[in-house]
Design a protein around this ligand. Structure first.
Ligand code: ADP
Length: 397
């Protein structure tokens, strides 16, 4: 059984509130709860004099949730408590992993400053207070696995302990609700802002949950601009180490809006090995170059097919995207094989399984995804050193 909002909420009734005779729920300290699988996140408004006092109340909340979850055999792999002030700004965050019961250390941050940047990285994306790095994932055309890469990158970074957001900016065909299994989660608006969905350790916002699934999403340029802006700015992301943006395929309005609005850490281009896919991907690479966005690299998806017996078959011609990356002078971030389990886990909204499978093909996949995450981290560090504080400039030719 996975964690649920009612389970977490009920558990928090065991934690005393600030006023005598109250608890976190009856004392109206609890503003928001999100729970999925073994991850939960809550938002509290609670008067406390210092960080130690915040951590102490968060630890009591964590213990209460562990106590409620244990008899049901439910795991609590991640528990995040955000304390907000009356204006809704996050003033402190306590994070708990697994069963240790101790908050994970947080780098020092001034009160209400929002996010503490990872050392050496860009401090903040303009327009998104509290968000550290912004990584866009694009592709020359649809169906090459762009959303798959965006989801697994986000989940992979979250599994490393980062606080990660995923913005599904593929407003024409949002697939993140399916891939993260958001069907049962409801849209919550609090104080005029959308609360991100929490799934697999990732905070996510998507147009797919704001419009009916069967409604065609037809956006003219200015509407696409507005939709992107709204999803980005009107979501209460909180403090994020990394925001991953899943762009629509091709070279359109959303990428332009994004480059104007945000200081990006860099972009990733996903490509399959075939020649026709490479041609489209190189157009996407040119687009990012024209927008002045750093290219973190190319990912070759569907590189080979790995059968359940562990044998590899180069259906689409392994290495094609890698050669294209070399030709265009863009880093190569790695290859992801075609595997049954990746497709199945995407369809069932369970990307965590991509990192934990034990079959032969699954282990190849898990290693490929771990390597991708490592390569992206390495390129992000390089990009930050190279281009500290550079704002993208729009140039047209
Ligand atoms: P895009 O975002 O480029 O349109 P998606 O990420 O939605 O593409 O992927 C399209 C389909 O292909 C999805 O059903 C996805 O599960 C599947 N898919 C993507 N990459 C792989 C892979 N490496 N192995 C198996 N299936 C994959």
């Amino acid at each position: 059984m996975s964690l649920t909002k009612p389970l977490v909420t009920e558990a928090l009734r065991a934690v005393p509130g600030a006023a005598a005779g109250t608890d976190l729920v009856s004392g109206q300290h609890l503003l928001w709860v999100s729970a999925c699988d073994s991850y939960a996140s809550i938002k509290l408004q609670y008067p406390a004099p210092d960080k130690a006092a915040f951590d102490a109340i968060a630890a009591r909340a964590h213990t209460a949730v562990l106590n409620a979850a244990r008899p049901l055999g439910t795991r609590v792999d991640s528990f995040i408590v955000e304390f907000v002030n009356e204006a809704g700004a996050v003033v402190h965050t306590s994070r708990f992993g697994g069963t240790t019961g101790k908050p994970q250390p947080e780098a020092p941050s001034p009160p209400q400053a929002g996010h503490t940047p990872i050392p050496g990285l860009r401090p903040q994306a303009p327009g998104l207070p509290g968000v550290g790095r912004v990584i866009a994932v694009g592709a020359g055309k649809g169906g090459v696995g762009k959303s798959t890469v965006a989801v697994n990158l986000a989940v992979g970074l979250a599994r490393l302990g980062q606080s990660v957001g995923l913005l599904d900016a593929d407003i024409y065909g949002p697939s993140i609700p399916t891939m993260l299994g958001l069907d049962d989660q409801e849209v919550i608006v609090h104080d005029g802002l959308l609360q991100p969905f929490l799934a697999h350790g990732v905070r996510c916002m998507t147009m797919g949950k704001l419009v009916p699934a069967d409604k065609p999403l037809i956006w003219r340029g200015p509407m696409a601009h507005g939709a992107f802006k709204q999803l980005t700015e009107q979501t209460r992301w909180g403090e994020l180490d990394t925001l991953v943006i899943d762009l629509p395929p091709g070279t359109g309005d959303v990428a332009l809006t994004m480059a104007q609005m945000l200081r990006l850490t860099g972009a990733i281009v996903v490509c399959t090995p075939q020649r026709v896919a490479q041609d489209d991907a190189s157009r996407a690479i040119q687009m990012f170059r024209q927008l002045g966005v750093e290219l973190l690299g190319v990912v070759e998806n569907m590189s080979t097919f790995v059968g359940d017996d562990g044998k590899e078959y180069d259906i689409f011609g392994r290495g094609g995207a890698q050669h294209m990356a070399q030709r265009l002078g863009v880093p190569f971030l790695g290859a992801i094989p075609i595997t049954m389990s990746l497709r199945q886990n995407s369809d069932s909204g369970d990307p965590t399984r991509n990192f934990t499978g034990t079959g032969r093909a699954e282990r190849v996949l898990a290693e490929a995804l771990a390597e991708l995450v490592r390569q992206v981290e390495a390129q992000v560090a390089l990009a930050s050193l190279k281009h500290a504080q550079t704002t993208p400039k729009l140039t047209f030719s």
